[in-house]
Ligand binder design. Structure first.
Ligand SMILES: Cc1cc2nc3c(=O)[nH]c(=O)nc-3n(C[C@H](O)[C@H](O)[C@H](O)COP(=O)(O)OP(=O)(O)OC[C@H]3O[C@@H](n4cnc5c(N)ncnc54)[C@H](O)[C@@H]3O)c2cc1C
Length: 467
């Protein structure tokens, strides 16, 4: 095995948001930094290149956020979605420091949008950046390079030598060849294991085979596995993840946000057996779409179909894929491969259950609902009776997994006896599960990665001086 002769102060594994924040922060604190990214340059940036917005606390309106979003409200939102499965100490660090993130982002070349007004209603809590995640990571790569950070593409961390809780060197594979790299400290920012189908199947059983991966194919959990072998404490449940309903025709990996579908509340959703299985109108779609990944994962063959009629086609953002269209329900059933008589029966019983006197309003939780069927549809229930009919196939689209390396407030990785690996730090999705045991708050993945990336980079850079 060859050695890379330069000895670095800080080695960063992973070139997404968290790794870049760590690399920049370490370099700004005087460290000589090397960043490893398994993807080629044109595919760099991990899941972060698909992002659009980041959640930040603020006590008064700012140039990029309207109103206020207090620490207490942020914390309450987190407790609600995680049902309390969060490390409160780490969560508090993220929330408090999130108030400073946007200035840090601006000073590192990111262009932020003015408060965003839309149906998503996120203008008060989340900041959107111009050019999305691709522009974000490009700005950070540019900053990192200006600060003298070396970047090795096509290079992944495959092992670490650790003795007496101290990282000594890393083994990497670069373009198929192994190398040893020495560094005084290492930051692990290599994402979750969502792109590792074998691991997904271990957690979910055969259903995992049918999941689509919304982000990078490079997040295979390789570094998380190394940490497990080195006795790191692992927190969380391997089946916990962010999973949404996306168009089943999306590519297996890296489809990003455009594969998402917003039609569900305006029709019915049936499984392979033409049966409905959940209230399609429970709440506004942005509040429910993350639930549907799991719902579809529990259906036979992990496939479902959103069925609407021509009344509803203009009510949602057009999808990148054309709907499957037919003049009759029988023809639609044939095109999507479900039993026609069963689908007719399901639609007839749904139509019969739709209450007559209501006023349909797609912008409010209206009073159009069903009566006497299970599951009910509690809003936006209208008869499906106006041809042509349309179907969108749906599959679970996994965003990122929550199984995580346990860390402390300095971002040091903790081993099973509770002590830290002195110079091994983690940031981003690889540790996000400390704070997100379950559920999700839009824009919080980046908040966690940015705050802990900056912390990890700073403490890792100190190793130069502490030895
Ligand atoms: C479609 C989509 C949209 C999203 N939108 C948002 C959003 O708007 N806001 C938000 O907050 N979150 C969003 N997320 C979640 C979000 O991407 C993350 O929480 C955050 O960007 C993750 O940053 P990260 O640096 O931890 O991981 P990533 O950005 O995934 O980076 C991990 C990096 O590690 C590298 N890597 C993997 N294995 C190794 C190895 N063995 N050695 C070295 N490097 C390795 C990968 O190549 C990758 O570059 C979205 C995710 C997806 C998929």
């Amino acid at each position: 095995m060859s050695s890379i002769s330069e000895v670095y102060d800080v080695l960063v594994a992973g070139g997404g948001n968290a790794g870049l924040c760590a690399a920049i922060s370490a370099a700004e604190n005087g460290a000589k930094v090397l960043l490893l990214e398994p993807a080629p340059k044109q595919m760099r940036g991990g899941n972060s290149r698909h992002t659009r917005d980041i959640r930040c606390m603020h006590n008064r309106p700012t140039s990029v956020l309207s109103g206020s979003y207090s620490k207490d409200e942020f914390f309450e939102d987190l407790l609600k979605v995680t049902e309390g499965t969060t490390d409160k100490e780490l969560a508090e660090i993220v929330i408090e420091r999130s108030s400073m993130i946007y200035e840090w982002m601006i000073s590192h070349g990111v262009h932020l949008q003015l408060p965003y007004k839309s149906a998503l209603s996120l203008g008060r809590t989340n900041i959107f950046f111009i050019g999305g995640g691709k522009a974000l990571v490009n700005s950070y790569y540019k900053q990192a390079e200006k600060l003298g950070v070396d970047v090795l593409y096509n290079s992944r961390l495959v092992d670490m030598e650790i003795s007496n809780t101290k990282f000594e060197s890393a083994k990497i594979i670069r373009r198929g060849f192994p190398y040893q790299i020495k560094a005084k400290a290492i930051v692990l920012a290599s994402g979750g294991f969502e792109a590792n189908l074998e691991w997904l199947k271990k957690a979910w059983g055969p259903a995992g085979e049918n999941f689509l991966i919304r982000g990078t194919p490079y997040n295979k959990g390789e570094v998380l596995k190394i940490l497990m072998c080195k006795g790191a404490k692992i927190t969380g449940d391997p089946t916990e993840c962010h999973a949404v309903a996306i168009d089943a025709r999306a590519p297996k990996y890296d489809g990003g946000i455009i594969t998402r579908l917003d039609c569900v509340p305006f029709g019915i959703v049936v499984n392979r057996d033409a049966e409905r299985f959940y209230d399609e109108g429970e709440d506004f779609w942005p509040k429910r779409y993350a639930l549907w990944g799991r719902l579809i994962a529990a259906q036979p063959e992990q496939i479902a179909y959103s069925i609407i009629d021509s009344k509803s086609l203009e009510l949602f953002m057009p999808s990148v894929f054309n709907p499957i269209r037919a003049a009759t329900i029988d023809q639609l059933a044939e095109k999507i491969g479900v039993d026609g008589s069963k689908l007719n029966k399901t639609i007839a019983s749904f139509n019969n259950a739709v209450e007559k006197d209501c006023s349909f309003d797609c912008n409010s939780l209206d009073n159009c609902k069903t009566k006497g069927i299970s599951p009910p549809k509690t809003h936006w229930a209208r008869r499906i009776n106006t041809p042509p009919y349309f179907a969108y196939p749906l599959r679970p689209g996994i965003t990122f997994t929550y199984l995580a390396a346990k860390i402390n407030r300095k971002a040091q990785v903790i081993i099973k006896n509770g002590s830290p690996l002195q110079n091994v730090f983690a940031a981003g999705e690889i540790m996000a599960g400390n704070i997100l045991g379950r559920g999700y708050l839009a824009g919080f993945g980046l908040t966690i990665g940015t705050v802990f990336g900056i912390i990890a980079g700073r403490y890792a850079s100190k190793w130069k001086y502490d030895e």
